[in-house]
Design a protein around this ligand. Structure first.
Ligand code: UDP
Length: 477
């Protein structure tokens, strides 16, 4: 089987097998022994509990990237963790892509049939699936309707939203909200994404795996060989954006910025390393737009990579002089955390979850237009010492906030708080029942006087928009 065939076979798998071969112990060398010991003792009360994560693609995009590392590490902590991918036809993924763009604020006129297509695929995916796990975590809008299979078994359902829903299309959001409100909690990547919801909301930052093929250390010789394999000259400055070919990543804007930079730095090269995801049907047309904008410039390397090109992306990021992420909308942008971890200076748009990672002039440079992108790239190319300092600070920022061990800790804390909530709720009910029997004897003419169970929220959470438990990043002082 060649690599493409392997990718296709993986894409068609309903239950992907994560690729990680490392164990939690291996992370002690990165985050310290204490951190790992703390993680183990924190998780001990949950030993044997089951967790199921559900998303819509086994490869391609940030969510698959995260689950690939997270699932085996949860297993290492003695949780029974599994990963499940919903399936759908072309029509379903076209609709969900339109929803995705509309939630990011793009123009969209939804039609009745679109919602019907969504519901049909939801029903198809619910057939034959039962959710007995203690914790069910559903990622993003595509599988949000799986919550209709919630059957009052007393398990916990969590919706993890990775996209920027700060200004969503009202009709699309209200359609999705009918499902979201059935969950026990919703997780968002940035405070600005919190919605007015009656369920608790938590800030939950995406993270990278420092030991994964995508991020592990590479020998300079290996980096060089991989660059040369793509005809990229390691001796000349390399500006890179790694992203799926998606209009919201603005690859054409990156080409325009590069064309301006080239006027004063004619030796530099641009690498647009991309690919597609199974749940994204627009990649091919965007790739054509990018090729057209590049107009045959030999210094613009447009690489349409297979979704499993982790080593290649690692080498390209490590071999780059600087990394750009010129997204128009961005839930978080794992590619930025990946670049900062590799101590690369980053120029990125001031949108969505990006400012959580790129703190202007501290861990990178934020931009608002093609012109600013070009100006900041030119500045960094001509000020290598400033560029180096940004990369160093960026690395520390990722180390303390955006590594997979942080994510595990946040999930464990969330699971514990949901369980604690249950305990308090049931002891509240017990107390209520005791009180009720006494009250009913004392005042049987007025059964309304019996205590009504009060809904208890997890510690540190609030129901109002803009207030949530802070599982978000630590900012450098
Ligand atoms: N990625 C990849 N191949 C590509 C493009 C992206 O492996 O051709 C990876 C990238 O390294 C990152 C993830 O996919 O780990 C993208 O996550 P991000 O949050 O940046 O964007 P998303 O695609 O989820 O919108």
């Amino acid at each position: 089987m060649n690599q493409r065939e392997k990718d296709i076979s993986l894409q068609n798998k309903r239950t992907p097998s994560p690729s990680a071969k490392v164990s939690l112990e291996d992370y002690a060398s990165v985050v310290g022994r204490t951190e790992i010991d703390e993680l183990r003792s924190l998780t001990a009360p949950l030993a044997g509990k089951s967790v199921r994560m559900v998303n819509s693609t086994a490869i391609g995009g940030g969510v698959a990237e995260i689950l690939d590392s997270l699932i085996p590490l949860l297993g290492d902590l003695e949780l029974q963790a599994r990963w499940d991918v919903i399936t759908g036809g072309e029509d379903f993924f076209k609709v969900t892509k339109s929803f995705h763009n509309a939630l990011h604020g793009s123009e969209y006129s939804p039609r009745r049939e679109h919602f019907d297509v969504f519901m049909e695929a939801t029903e198809q995916n619910r057939k034959g699936r039962e959710f007995h796990e203690d914790f069910v975590v559903i990622h993003d809008p595509q599988p949000v309707g799986m919550v209709l299979s919630r059957n009052g078994k007393g398990n916990h359902w969590i919706w993890r939203c990775h996209i920027d829903v700060s200004d969503p299309h009202p009709e699309v959001w209200s359609f999705l909200e009918q499902f979201v409100r059935r969950y026990d909690a919703a997780l968002f990547s940035s405070p600005s994404f919190l919605r007015k919801l009656e369920i608790p909301q938590h800030l939950f930052c995406p993270t990278i795996d420092p030991l994964a093929e995508k991020n592990r250390e590479l020998a300079p010789q290996q980096v060089r060989q991989i660059l040369e394999r793509f005809n990229i000259d390691p001796e000349r400055p390399i500006i890179t954006q790694v992203s799926r070919f998606d209009r919201l990543k603005d690859p054409v804007g990156v080409v325009r910025a590069f064309q301006q930079v080239k006027k004063s730095a004619p030796h530099c090269q641009l690498v647009l390393a991309g690919g597609s995801a199974t749940d994204d049907p627009e990649a091919e047309s965007v790739l054509r737009e990018v090729e057209e904008a590049a107009a045959g410039d030999k210094d613009i390397h447009i690489l349409n990579l297979s979704p499993s090109s982790h080593l290649e992306i690692n080498a390209i990021q490590r071999g780059s002089t600087l990394i750009v992420q010129k997204s128009l909308k961005e839930g978080f942008g794992l590619t930025i955390a990946e670049a900062l971890w590799k101590k690369k200076p980053v120029v990125a748009s001031d949108v969505g979850g990006i400012p959580l990672q790129v703190i202007h002039q501290s861990t990178g440079l934020l931009v608002h237009s093609v012109e600013e992108t070009a100006a900041q790239i030119s500045y960094l190319l001509s000020h290598p010492e400033a560029a180096r300092r940004l990369g160093e600070r960026g690395h520390d920022h990722v180390k303390y906030n955006f590594l997979i061990t942080n994510k595990i800790k946040n999930y464990i804390k969330l699971f514990l708080s949901l369980e604690e909530n249950d305990r308090r709720h049931s002891s509240g009910k017990l107390a209520a029942n005791l009180q009720r029997s006494t009250e009913l004897t004392m005042d049987s003419a007025n059964p309304e006087s019996a205590m009504v169970p009060v809904r208890v929220r997890p510690r540190g959470t609030k129901s109002r928009m803009g207030r949530a438990s802070s599982l978000g990043p630590n900012r450098p002082s």
